[in-house]
Design a protein around this ligand. Structure first.
Ligand SMILES: [Zn+2]
Length: 262
């Protein structure tokens, strides 16, 4: 390794052909944040990069940064985990794709992102262990939105301040990221989605549990549907654009894998 080279853990978020023989790869790294780099000869070299630059792979990366310009130079990549299960299941793959799209939108180049890296790695490992894919997406998003500074307030009504712990159903205002109790919701705006008490408790639990305990949270069908609906609306509001891969998440026979491999 030359003195200018650096090493890091990295998860592959994007990989595109560049010219006749190279690839441009985007990674999430704990300290370097979102990092895009040129993998020279990656389209041809069977030795250096083969099977390593697949989406979601966890790598040990050796790279250098040029004085000018944006792209890092990828010197070497060692495969640490390829998360094979999620490449063989449409449902798991589609879930990983939503997680990937949100990670790309919510992280910045050269901004330390240890927490985001930790949450992303947790989600990929959970999917690889074939944990329920929709639940993994819910748990990832609730923690990821907190990481980017938008932790939903799931304890109190935003209008009257009362605890929502005794409300059968509350409304979640995805414009403000706050709950509105049943009494106040009569006067609320159109930017709300319903959340039942059970769902609110699960989501609040997901905010407070350490990552290694998240897999214990079990969501009923109703809790999954309400959570996904709430997080989809909230995510679109935060990113100010659609989450394109969401459609395939709800339609496992749909476009996800076909688009990837066609
Ligand atoms: Zn209220």
């Amino acid at each position: 390794m030359s003195p200018l080279e650096m090493e890091t853990s990295a998860i592959v978020l994007d990989c595109r052909d560049y010219g006749e023989s190279d690839k441009i790869v985007t990674f999430l790294c704990p300290k370097a944040g979102r990092l895009s780099g040129l993998a020279k000869g990656a389209k041809r070299s069977k030795r250096r990069f083969v099977n390593k630059l697949e989406l979601f792979s966890l790598l040990h990366l050796t790279y250098s940064l040029p004085r000018h310009g944006e792209l890092a130079f990828i010197a070497a990549a060692e495969l640490q985990a390829s998360f094979l299960s999620l490449r063989h299941s449409v449902g798991l793959y589609n879930a990983a794709t939503v997680i990937r799209e949100c990670t790309l939108m919510g992280t910045s180049e050269k901004e330390r992102s240890e927490k985001a890296f930790e949450i992303l790695l947790w989600a990929l490992r959970a999917l690889d262990r074939k944990q329920p894919s929709h639940t993994v997406v819910i748990l990832f998003l609730i923690r990821f939105f907190e990481y980017i500074g938008y932790r939903p307030d799931l304890l109190h009504c935003h209008h009257c301040g009362r605890s929502t712990a005794t409300e059968r159903t509350s409304e979640f205002n995805y414009m403000t990221g706050c709950l509105i109790c049943e009494a106040c919701s009569r006067h609320s705006l159109q930017t709300t989605v319903p959340l039942s008490l059970g769902t609110i408790k699960l989501l609040a639990n997901a905010q407070s549990q350490p990552l290694e305990r998240l897999h214990r949270l079990q969501f009923s069908l109703r809790a999954r549907e309400e959570s996904l609906n709430m997080l989809h609306h909230f995510g679109r509001q935060l990113f100010q654009r659609d989450i394109h891969s969401w459609k395939a998440l709800l339609d496992p026979e749909g476009a996800g894998l076909k688009a990837r491999y066609s």
